[in-house]
Design a protein around this ligand. Structure first.
Ligand SMILES: [Zn+2]
Length: 134
């Protein structure tokens, strides 16, 4: 592990987040043991978490979309944020218009995957304006 970190690769924290969001795609038993593992251990090696999805192609594919940027996904992200050219901003929250699934972009330029439940493109949640407090 002497390589420099490639900023386009997900961090262990980002992998844990994505895996937790993908857990519902697993069969009940696997889902439960994955969530138990995440709950009881703070620093589970990503490879151990990703292994849970070995037998679930849908989960594997979704994690791929959630963790790695493709050119097409970047382009779609740009389109859904009019007036904000460039990368998808960090800490932005995205939501499925059909089922309410949410996804948070943890770092600038990270991917926004489609909804893992119904495949809908997620939409940005615009924070409420707080100009008129009081
Ligand atoms: Zn959905």
């Amino acid at each position: 592990m002497s390589r420099k970190r490639d900023p386009s690769l997900p961090t262990p924290f980002e992998i844990r987040y994505a895996v937790r969001r993908a857990a519902e795609l697993l069969p009940e038993a696997e889902k439960n043991s994955l969530l138990e593992l995440l709950q009881n251990q703070d620093k589970v090696p990503p490879v151990k978490l990703l292994a849970f999805f070995q037998e679930t192609p849908q989960g594997r594919e979704w994690l791929q979309r959630a963790l790695y940027l493709s050119g097409a996904e970047q382009a779609r992200g740009y389109e859904t944020l009019p007036g904000q050219p460039g990368e998808i901003p960090a800490r932005s929250l995205w939501k499925c218009p059909r089922c309410g699934f949410t996804w948070r972009v943890l770092r600038t330029g990270r991917p926004v995957p489609p909804c893992p439940r119904d495949g809908s493109p997620l939409e940005p949640v615009v924070p409420k304006e707080q100009n008129h407090v009081g």
